[in-house]
Write a new protein. Sequence first.
Length: 209
Amino acid sequence: MNVVIVGSGNMGSALASQLVKAGHKVSIVSKDAAHAAALATKVGAQAMPAGSAARDADVVIVATPYAEATAALRALGDLCGKTVVDITNPLTVDYMGLTVGHTTSGAEEIAKAVPGAEVVKAFNTVFAQVLKEGPDFGRGSTVPVFYAGDSAQAKQAVDTLVKSIGFAPVDAGPLRNARYLEPLAGLNIYFGYGAGKGTGIAPNWIART
């Protein structure tokens, strides 16, 4: 797939590296052009200006802080019909709470702000360290990537993308279920930082067989 990653921080970097390794064509867009160019050289992607980046994209991944996501996506131009993957979390300054919740979600607000885009929430419950180091936790345990969206076609694209980098895709229902995925990410952040478990962790469900 042709994948555009908007943002060159830890999450964007980890995803870019994994997607390039999986054989995808990856373009990186960042407000810091020099940082985007350095990352692109490091992982084997290409850096592109915002205005032309999404034209031939199959998937656009927004990996900026939540507060910057809408502006970053709008800078790409027309996203009508494009699969847009929102990996952000609407976190408070201390990372221990959410600024949006209960009656909406960050993903739903992004979808409202970028009408026509097929927004899918995904990857937000996975730490950058886990993305970077890979999905295998040993003993047959693979890190899940929960995703939620209203477009069957966009969700299938995300499912395929997740599988291609070795993670386990889990369909979490419609986009409104991002209202659950974002607090789940918040709890994961608490365990990682507040409870001192570190960032080599990931939430999962187990089933009795």
